[in-house]
Design a protein around this ligand. Sequence first.
Ligand code: IPM
Ligand code: MG
Length: 353
Amino acid sequence: MKICVMPGDGIGPEIIGQAVRVLEVLRGEGLPIELETALVGGSAIDATGTPYPDDTRRLAQAAEAILFGSVGGPKWDGVARDKRPERGLLGLRKDLELFANLRPAILYPELVNASTLKPEVVAGLDILIIRELTGDIYFGEPRGMEVRAGERVGFNTMIYSESEIRRIARVGFESARKRGHKLCSVDKMNVLECTQLWRDVVTEVAAEYPDVALSHMLVDNAAMQLVKNPKQFDVIVTGNIFGDILSDEAAMLTGSIGMLPSASLDSAGKGLYEPIHGSAPDIAGRNLANPLATILSSAMMMRYTFGRADIASRIETAVRKVLASGLRTADIAEPGTRSVGTREMGDAVIGAL
Ligand code: IPM
Ligand code: MG
């Protein structure tokens, strides 16, 4: 199990530290885990002048899985666009063809009061957002800013090829097959040709999956339905930009973005695993961050890249036990209760494991 660890910026090193401790426990029990560490994001800019150094690319290519913390922070707000910390993450996704981004939004029963929505709306929530990650307006050309007719214009290109749509649609149908057999494809076909093609191709692929109920929804309506009645969804599949936005919304339904892991996969099972939350520079270095999303990301790694659903479940069960015992980091603590730090939360998970 060749794993490249990329702590990144902000709270990244702290939360990754706890997930690495979990991996080390598993290695101590005999799992063949090999860990390498690589620089990415702002910390890579500070050390090498670029957010995605060649050494990092090489290590990422040689690894079977990447455990990624978080990148970015106000410190690098002034750097040129093509050198921003986020470029490190975008470069990895594109280089490694990590086109399938799986973002589960699960509400743990113990945390039902953490949501800003009424408990009856969100209790039992378990949805999976599948976001296409290497195409769309994120990478489309041409892109840029220039002067036209005496004024500045900014432009990007929303573009998908049918093969790109087909391969992510298949991930959507396959995932739905393993869950509630319902897939909702989200687009904006009433305005955007690119997403009319999306709807057409997803509909074609549906013929291969007669056991999955496919529906289509416009993205503005999907944003509304996610807060109105999120439990109507099982699996959602959508493009890169809509998925970016809807997955933050879905994460917030649970009220605990510090709990949610994600996987970004290529077609052969290689993956980058990261918490959904960002680098939280305001609390960095203070032993306050919630390491559970990163620990749960290592569980997803065991399940998707290494085919060890047994170990994934063991890690997930350990996290649930710790929550059930009442332990909380500050982000998920109820007002008036005592919360523990990053490291103590890591200790508890290891204890439960
Ligand atoms: C995400 C983030 C990234 C994205 C940023 C950090 C480039 O928001 O993973 O959702 O936009 O994809
Ligand atoms: Mg995002």
